[in-house]
Design a protein around this ligand. Structure first.
Ligand code: ZN
Length: 107
């Protein structure tokens, strides 16, 4: 077949930027005792329960508001998310492109 097999071009390592890590450290570091009253059913729901249920109330299905960064945190495992285009994402959020319904792009 010929040709060189280039296995080391993993974009996640190419774009690694040590100074841009702000979104990945939210999940699973919640201190205990954080309870939120669900607007839907008035139950007190623990933050972890909400997070693990993707910010949907386990009791009544109420959708809690979710920011773009929180959405990212639910999509990736902690520590695996490296900001590749932080400036671009921040710009998009600024412009309202990803604001209305969370993140619109495929990650
Ligand atoms: Zn509820």
């Amino acid at each position: 077949m010929g040709g060189r097999f280039v296995a080391e071009s993993n974009p996640m390592t190419i774009f690694k930027k040590p100074t841009l890590k702000f979104a990945a450290k939210k999940k699973r570091e919640m201190p205990e005792g954080l309870w939120t009253k669900c607007p839907g059913c008035s139950e007190m729901i623990h933050h972890l329960a909400i997070e693990e249920n993707l910010r949907v109330c386990p009791k009544c299905g109420h959708h809690f508001p979710m920011g773009a960064h929180e959405r990212i945190a639910t999509l990736v495992d902690e520590g695996t998310f490296e900001e590749a285009d932080a400036a671009e994402v921040a710009h998009a959020i600024h412009e309202g492109l990803v604001h209305s319904r969370g993140v619109n792009c495929d990650i």
